[in-house]
Design a protein around this ligand. Structure first.
Ligand SMILES: [Zn+2]
Length: 523
């Protein structure tokens, strides 16, 4: 007897092939049968009449962040309602492990601020805790380069031989514990202070154990092309497959650069076995920390130092020059922290006017109060995003941390992509603009990421594959999260299974925690 029989669905198997009408059975945690129309169907404890609705593999979010959200109940509801059944965290240079000595105080502080217990050092220890806690969906991680640096380096500007070997040892150990590769965040401290060679050294270790290299590149603005070249150099020297994280060309003067970037990646792929791919989110605004918009050297020596430094009038003048030189459009940069209602939802420009401050003064005042301040910045061209998303080697991401419904205020306010990137992707690109067929859209968020990250037995509807499944009426899919009201669940996912456990039934979420940790199987 099977556990579930999903009868009469339009089955998109994840490969990009045309759909067919049929049925799927589930037993324990796997797909136990796939049946074409007119085949005799087996018995099951529970039968779901699909009425021709779309049945697809569970979606894979290639790019989530920290991995600290899982300690809160219902941390992944907002992703499950987008159809996501697996996420890869540890992106943009930051992962929850391995934690070396120098990073312990930072972690203790973070744990206190966010409200979780920090009691691990290695990735294996972190995974063990996660398994005991229980997770709603499947997770895998990359190893963050900034996490390695923060734990090993005394001075972020110079790396001694001993420090480099400690980082390499931690990288190796992490891969052994299950990491899928290396991630960098080269606009964030301390990753931004690293030379290319250091990254190549670490990427070589990832490559040796079947890992990938995912990069939030050094520049997504005026020096985008140089940043792409650095990423490809790392790919070539380490012979590793690269993933350009959340590809974008920000600021008006850089609009229209994406066609050239994609052409360069295609040329690279023609001559390299280890391919370059990208992930993208379907929005024209970014979400990041305000401190990414001041000169990097002001971030040296830790964040407490930054606060003192910002008190100096000379520093303020330099920031004023910097934002003019970088041509940041402060009328498009919104504060999204709900801890400061006097600023929330307002642009830097509006706040400056309201308080009679200069733009640089406004940035300094905000950062002195909170160096962790998050902003939303409208700075991406729609045509560029359209091209990137529809590129054959593009996957889709939320670029978001797990954000529990009713999360404590201190966790911060998310970008709407947290609650809506995947539903927005289907709604906008399949239903509204008709730029992608539904089967191709599904391939980008199922088999393609599974293949890229070497995740076995997921991302396809096939017998013996893990039963991560989504059943929905495609016409009913709708993202509801907005920039001003971002914590609203997406609509349309009627039924969803994670490892054969039904997590959403008729639009209602279960309290179960059937998620598994996906470990590197190439080590
Ligand atoms: Zn990033």
């Amino acid at each position: 007897m099977h556990d579930f029989l999903i009868k009469g669905a339009t089955i998109y198997n994840g490969s990009g092939e045309k759909p067919f009408v049929g049925s799927v059975s589930v037993k324990n945690d796997v797909i136990s049968g796939v049946y074409k129309e007119d085949t005799e169907l087996p018995g099951a404890h529970q039968t779901i009449i699909a009425n021709g609705c779309a049945l697809t593999p569970g979606f894979i979010d290639t790019h989530a962040s920290t991995g600290f959200g899982y300690f809160f109940p219902h941390a992944a509801d907002h992703k499950l309602f987008q159809g996501i059944t697996t996420e890869i965290f540890g992106n943009c240079g930051t992962s929850p492990a391995p934690i070396e000595n120098r990073l312990v105080p930072t972690m203790e502080k973070l744990a206190k601020n966010l409200g979780f217990t920090f009691n691990w050092r290695t990735l294996d220890e972190y995974f063990t805790i996660l398994e005991k806690t229980g997770i709603q969906f499947n997770v895998a991680t990359l190893t963050g380069h900034s996490t390695l640096r923060g734990g090993a380096l005394k001075d972020w500007n110079s790396v001694s031989e001993n420090e480099l070997s400690l980082m390499k040892h931690c990288m190796e150990e992490s891969l052994h514990d299950g990491s899928l590769g290396l991630s960098t965040g080269l606009i964030y401290a301390p990753g931004c202070f690293a030379e290319t060679d250091e990254i190549v050294e670490l990427a070589k270790i990832a490559r040796k154990h079947g890992g990938v290299y995912a990069s939030h590149m050094r520049d997504e603005r005026d020096k985008l092309e140089e940043a792409i070249e650095e990423t490809l150099t790392i790919g070539e020297m380490a012979e590793i497959s690269v993933l350009v994280s959340h590809l974008k060309s920000a600021e008006k003067r850089n609009f229209g650069k994406i066609p050239g970037v994609l052409k360069r990646l295609e040329e690279y792929n023609q001559t390299h076995e280890q391919q370059a791919k990208i992930d993208v989110y379907p929005y024209t605004a970014v979400s990041t920390k305000l401190r990414a918009f001041i000169p990097k050297r002001f971030l040296e020596g830790g964040l407490e130092e930054v606060k003192h430094r910002l008190d100096s009038p000379e520093v303020e003048l330099e920031i004023a020059d910097y934002i003019i030189k970088k041509d940041y459009d402060m009328t498009q940069m919104l504060i999204i922290s709900n801890e400061y209602p006097e600023w929330e939802g307002k642009t830097i420009y509006q706040i400056a006017n309201e308080f009679s401050w200069t733009l640089a003064e406004t940035m300094c005042e905000i950062l002195k109060r909170d160096t962790e301040m998050w902003i939303v910045y409208h700075c991406i061209n729609q045509a560029d995003i359209d091209l990137a998303i529809t590129w054959e080697n593009a996957m889709i991401c939320t670029d978001s941390w797990s954000h529990p419904i009713n999360a404590p205020k201190r966790i911060g306010v998310p970008h709407p992509r947290s609650y809506g990137a995947f539903t927005e992707f289907i709604y906008q690109y399949v239903l509204q603009k008709k730029m992608l067929s539904f089967e191709e859209a599904i391939r980008k968020i199922t088999s393609m990421p599974a293949d890229y990250f070497n995740i076995k037995n997921r991302g396809r509807i096939e017998v013996d594959y893990k039963a991560d499944l989504v059943l929905f009426d495609i016409e009913h899919i709708k993202p509801l999260a907005t920039y001003t009201d971002p914590c609203v669940l997406s609509k349309g996912v009627e039924h969803l299974w994670v490892n054969g456990v039904q997590m959403i039934e008729n639009g209602v979420i279960s309290d179960a925690v059937p998620g598994e940790i996906i470990r590197n199987e190439m080590y």
